[in-house]
Design a protein around this ligand. Structure first.
Ligand SMILES: [Zn+2]
Length: 224
């Protein structure tokens, strides 16, 4: 409790959000052990809150979160940050519309990336949330500047998810609720895509015109 009191209340709110999301991600089997990482950005201050490296999600506390300012300089937290901190910081710097990022190691999303594929819009929920595709970015070793660069490139100006070859996925959104929803939709779409391919029929890809309509509707109607 004493450690919590040292954190300002606005910071504490974001630290808790990051830790709670880690617990939810682990509980939903969107990762294994301590893999994956999460961050949030406070739109008011620009401060970025990232998960610590190698922490058990069940045991992590708000004071374990590491805080960076908008320029990527550490301003709070004693722990070593996730090795993917540059990926998080650089994606926020590239996109003003993103304030929550979740990196998962989900079974089915990894399988799609291992097959060398991105995910196309095969379900309506996917089309609403992600639009036409979640692309597969170029491969780079975890925690390297190249991986950060490849993921940011994959997001471009208008993507909300990217698959990383042999590794996992990154989803990003305007807030943490949406980012978590995206993780679930992405993992489900990957599972559905794999199951549908096994049936052997012709996969129905949703036409771009319909995808664009659903995407616009979702982002205008539901996103605050
Ligand atoms: Zn990872």
């Amino acid at each position: 409790m004493a450690a919590e009191k040292k954190i300002k209340s606005r910071d504490l709110q974001y630290c808790k959000l990051v830790i709670d999301t880690g617990r939810t991600m682990a509980a939903r089997s969107l990762t294994v052990a301590t893999w994956g990482n999460i961050s949030a950005r406070d739109p008011k201050t620009g401060n970025i809150y990232v998960t610590p490296s190698g922490m058990d999600y069940k045991k992590a506390k708000p004071e374990d979160v590491v805080v960076f300012n908008s320029k990527g300089i550490r301003i709070q937290g004693m722990r070593k940050p996730t090795i993917e901190k540059d990926l998080h910081i650089e994606l926020y710097q590239a996109r003003d519309d993103i304030h929550a990022i979740i990196h998962t190691h989900g079974l089915y999303t990894i399988a799609v990336g291992v097959a060398g594929l991105g995910l196309p819009a095969v379900t309506e929920e996917f089309a609403q949330v992600f639009g036409t595709e979640v692309p597969l970015c170029k491969y780079a070793i975890p925690g390297t500047p190249d991986l950060a660069k490849n993921v940011v490139e994959g997001f471009g100006k208008d993507r909300y998810g990217v698959l990383m070859p042999s590794h996992g996925a990154v989803t990003a959104a305007a807030d943490m609720n949406m980012a978590l929803k995206q993780c679930d939709v992405l993992e489900r779409a990957a599972e559905i895509f794999i199951l549908a391919k096994q049936l052997g029929g012709e996969i129905r890809y949703i036409p771009k015109e319909d995808v664009d309509h659903m995407f616009r509707f979702h982002h205008n109607q539901y996103v605050q």
